[in-house]
Design a protein around this ligand. Structure first.
Ligand SMILES: [Zn+2]
Length: 489
């Protein structure tokens, strides 16, 4: 009989690819799943996890949470792989080097950032500095200007260099530069098609929201898939589609039926979060989203924005300052139905859009744990995946546990795996797959973070393993655990 490094015995094992949902034993050896068996296994270490469930760790395709502290919060939400594909990073090598030098609890990876490359190639801004620098510049008109032919070539060159450095596709924050020539978007999609990688888009506004944009945000994504053959991933279809959700989903379904590759992603909250300087948060742009200044909370002070004047002041003084934007009222059943329908739409994967921590009323303490109350963010950072299990599996029964597990692990892996073969070993509990495993209690798993207490970790996870190493053990975060590995193309 083989002896495994570790045996997790007696839990309900959930493998969404094979449909396995049964009590079994899982062996782990050398960071890899070495056995899945209904017969007892022998291990050098043995953990009885009966009464709990084992699933592949959640794979978050949309996380701007790049720090150890951010990873810890997500680990306690069951996440084992954290990818920033929507914004991405440029230069991407810098982000991989920083993460490798500092160490990360969870696996990590980045797309090539069209936006950051454009800030350099068109906006004349420094190339680098990561998400913090990009957020600070997000509202600046310079990077949103029309590109000359030479600038467009330079921009595409930067993106190609990032792809050569292992970037996981191309992130397109087109909604933050909504007047950019649609032909540029198609050119970037064409580059992705040629390279055999997906793109990941934060859509422009829809025509119902802002009629004078050069193209409808949803039409643009699906047309690029049809015209170029690129795999277009539609980020947070909940927060950019808003009340036009059904029109957008029908459009996506139609091109899928014609063979185009468009995947969708959503998070289960009614509010968004971004830099207050974003184009779509200008006072005159708010009616397009059906909101007013009072729908915005400026995170650094916790204040609700009183009026358009105050919004203008904040945008000028601190364009990268994070703001919670209440697009939907989660207490209103009609509004909540939009949020739910986005998440439950066919094939849609769960992606958190986890945000960086903002430190309020105290100095940054990035390695303190538990996080001090001065650390604030959007509750989706801490609670997205467990909220889906609580709400859609346990409370409403609209998803089976296995279906929810698929949307949080296998389906995100599949978005990437044609371009990134390493993802074929994730999102599954099968021999030879990576031992990114979570052990949780389906009866108690749930989010606890709220808009008022945004960094309260989720509950219900007994163990979280990344590459066979514990990051959470017996419900406790292991502060020295940094087993995260880079995921590169
Ligand atoms: Zn976004």
């Amino acid at each position: 009989m083989d002896t495994h490094d570790l045996v997790l015995s007696g839990a309900r094992v959930l493998d969404p690819e094979t449909g396995l949902d049964t009590v079994a034993h899982v062996g782990v050896t050398g960071g890899v799943i070495s056995a899945v068996s209904t017969r007892p296994l022998s291990g050098r270490e043995h953990l009885d996890v009966s009464g709990l469930a084992i699933a592949p760790g959640w794979i978050d395709l949309h996380s701007h949470s790049h720090t150890v502290a951010g990873h810890r919060l997500q680990a306690l939400d069951g996440v084992t792989t954290v990818l920033d594909l929507e914004a991405g990073i440029s230069p991407v090598a810098e982000a991989y080097d920083t993460a490798a030098a500092e160490g990360r609890p969870l696996n990590y990876g980045f797309s090539a950032s069209w936006g950051m490359a454009r800030m350099a190639a068109v906006g004349g801004m420094p190339h680098g500095g990561g998400l913090a620098a990009a957020l600070g510049a997000i509202g600046s008109p310079a990077w949103q200007a029309e590109a000359s032919r030479a600038q467009l070539q330079a921009l595409l060159g930067l993106i190609e260099a990032d792809l050569a450095d292992g970037a996981l596709g191309i992130g397109l924050l087109i909604g933050y530069a909504p007047r950019v020539d649609p032909q540029e978007y198609v050119a970037v999609a064409g580059l992705a098609a040629k390279a055999g990688t997906p793109t990941y888009t934060h859509a422009r506004d829809l025509v119902e929201q802002t009629p004078d944009l050069p193209i409808d945000g949803a039409e643009e994504i699906v047309m690029a898939a049809v015209e170029t053959g690129a795999h277009m991933h539609y980020c947070h279809v909940n927060s950019t589609s808003l009340r036009q959700l059904d029109r957008v989903l029908a459009l996506v379904e139609r091109v899928r039926a014609e063979g185009a590759r468009v995947t969708t992603e959503a998070y289960p909250y009614g509010a968004g979060m971004t830099g207050i300087g974003a184009a779509f948060l200008a006072p005159e742009a708010l009616p397009a989203s059906g909101i007013g200044p009072e729908s915005i909370v400026y995170v650094p002070t916790g204040e609700r924005v009183a009026d358009a004047d105050m919004l203008r002041r904040l945008r000028a003084a601190d364009p990268g300052g994070l703001a919670v934007v209440h697009f939907f009222d989660e207490d209103d059943p009609a509004d909540l139905a939009f949020v739910d329908r986005a998440l439950l739409s066919p094939g849609t994967v769960v992606g958190s859009d986890a945000m960086p921590l903002t430190w309020v009323g105290g100095p940054p303490e990035p390695l303190a744990w538990p996080l001090p109350p001065s650390a604030v963010t959007h509750p989706r950072t801490a609670g997205t995946f467990s909220r889906v299990l609580r709400r859609h599996v346990r409370e409403t029964g609209r998803l089976t546990l296995l279906e929810a597990v698929a949307r949080c692990s296998l389906l995100p892996a599949r978005v990437l795996e044609d371009a990134v073969p390493a993802m074929r070993r994730k999102g599954r509990i099968q021999p030879g797959c990576d031992a990114d495993l979570i052990v949780f209690d389906p009866e108690t798993v749930g989010d606890r973070a709220t808009y008022a207490r945004s960094t309260t970790p989720s509950a219900g996870y007994a163990h979280v393993l990344v590459g066979g190493r514990f990051v959470v053990r017996s419900g406790e975060l292991l502060l020295d655990a940094l087993p995260g590995r880079p995921i590169r193309r």
